[in-house]
Design a protein around this ligand. Structure first.
Ligand code: NIG
Ligand code: FE
Length: 410
């Protein structure tokens, strides 16, 4: 049976010809008692009423009894492929150690790099598969996946291949994040590491189609502005689009650099300055905010999402799923932090994790809204309205997931 009719639902269509900017993010297009019909992986129609014209003997009809249908959620920033876990850092964190303190004690990114380097392709594949299963069960249907826990040629390629080859209903958009940390073998020689990425790794990644984007962690103790500029300029010359981990902990001017480079997105931005926000607005850079990371790092502050909305930016929210600073696959949990931590309304949160997220990873014309002709990626939530999803927190509201027109969770 190829056609599915969902009827009697509250359909949150999130219509938009581009990302939703600023105050528009609060305007969801909602059909109170509506239907969605999908066929051959595509949304055939959406409207109000029961959609009974679409029923024939080959149609599976599902009565939603008023439940809410959202576009499949889009997680636009994850570090999907890595090995090991870092629960040992929890105690240090509770004793007051900062992220950078933990790093200095040999924890942090480099400990995950060691674990990832010693893991086989198969082990990484299995672990990533488990995470994707969880994401799907919690409503995510498209993810961006960054590398950055292999750092040397062989292990970065191993991780990027996992993301490319993994068989799973979720669609993956890949990003090469070699500039995630300075590997032990290049300690004290950051320029040497950058040369290596530019000359050896990026041309190969491009040639093999292993990533669409290149990202860099522009932060004190990692890559400074000049070093980040070098990596990302070279990436652009090779034909990649670029993204930045910017102003996560210190206000480094990463947002301004994102604007200068014409980056698609700047991500984290907890410490962004007003000038940085203006520069992003001017250049059309999409901010991807990661409130789960603020919470998990006990930062006591969140990225200034309300200010960005006031200034008309297309705010996006993502999980940052990674083993150190946000070990969760659940975008529904992140929705709660986005609302109660950053002050976004449930409607703004939904725009942020659907249409805006889709544009932030170059998939805006295919996914992120429930519109005729788009991919049939839908999530049925056991909730009579979108406010309830955030109000009743910490649980999974997903009743059904349709990916590419097929029911993959029910
Ligand atoms: O996005 N900011 C850089 N990278 C990750 C953390 C990585 C880790 O601690 O393993 C992040 O927060
Ligand atoms: Fe990140």
């Amino acid at each position: 049976m190829d056609r599915i009719l969902l009827k009697n639902g509250r359909i949150v269509t999130v219509k938009s010809k581009g990302p939703k900017f600023g105050e528009e993010m609060a305007d969801l297009s909602v059909i109170e008692r509506g239907y969605v019909v999908v066929e051959n992986g595509i949304i055939l129609d959406v409207g109000s009423g029961e959609g009974l014209d679409y029923v024939d003997e080959g149609t599976e009809v599902i009565d939603l009894e008023g439940r809410t249908v959202l576009p499949g959620l889009v997680d636009s920033h994850t570090h999907l492929v890595h090995y090991g876990s870092r629960e040992n850092e929890l105690k240090l964190k509770l004793e007051g150690a900062s992220y950078l303190d933990i790093l200095k004690q040999g924890g942090g990114i480099l400990s995950t790099v060691r674990a990832t380097r010693s893991a086989s392709y198969e082990n990484l594949y299995k672990k990533a598969l488990k995470s994707l299963d969880l994401m799907l069960l919690w409503g995510t249907t498209t993810v961006e996946a960054k590398s950055g826990y292999g750092l040397n040629f062989e292990d970065e390629v191993k991780c990027l291949k996992v993301a490319k080859e993994i068989e799973h209903p979720i669609d993956i958009v890949s990003t090469y994040l070699g500039a995630h940390a300075i590997p032990e073998e290049y300690k004290g020689n950051v320029d040497g590491y950058i040369d290596f990425m530019i000359e050896k790794v990026m041309p190969y990644v491009k040639k093999e189609g292993l990533a669409e984007y290149v990202d860099a962690f522009c932060e004190e103790g990692f890559f400074d502005i000049e070093q980040t500029r070098r990596v990302l300029k070279a990436a652009k010359e090779l034909g990649f689009q670029v993204k930045l981990h910017a102003d996560e902990i210190e206000p480094m001017g990463g947002a301004q650099l994102a604007a200068e480079l014409g980056a698609v997105s700047a991500e984290h931005l907890v410490a962004v300055s007003d000038e940085g926000i203006d520069a992003m607005k001017e250049a059309g850079v999409i901010p991807i905010l990661l409130p789960g990371t603020s919470f998990y790092l006990r930062l006591k502050r969140y990225a200034p999402a309300r200010e960005m909305i006031r200034r008309g930016l297309a705010v996006t929210v993502a999980s940052d799923y990674n083993p150190g600073t946000c070990p969760t696959e659940s975008l529904q949990s992140i929705m709660v932090f986005a609302s109660l931590g950053m002050g976004l309304t449930p409607q703004e949160v939904i725009s942020a994790i659907t249409i805006n997220a889709a544009y932030a990873i170059g998939r805006g014309s295919e996914v992120g809204s429930i519109e005729k002709g788009k991919k049939a990626d839908l999530v049925v939530m056991n909730a009579l309205n979108e406010n309830y999803i955030i109000y009743h927190f910490g649980i999974n509201h997903v009743d059904m997931v349709i990916k590419n027109g097929k029911i993959v969770v029910r």
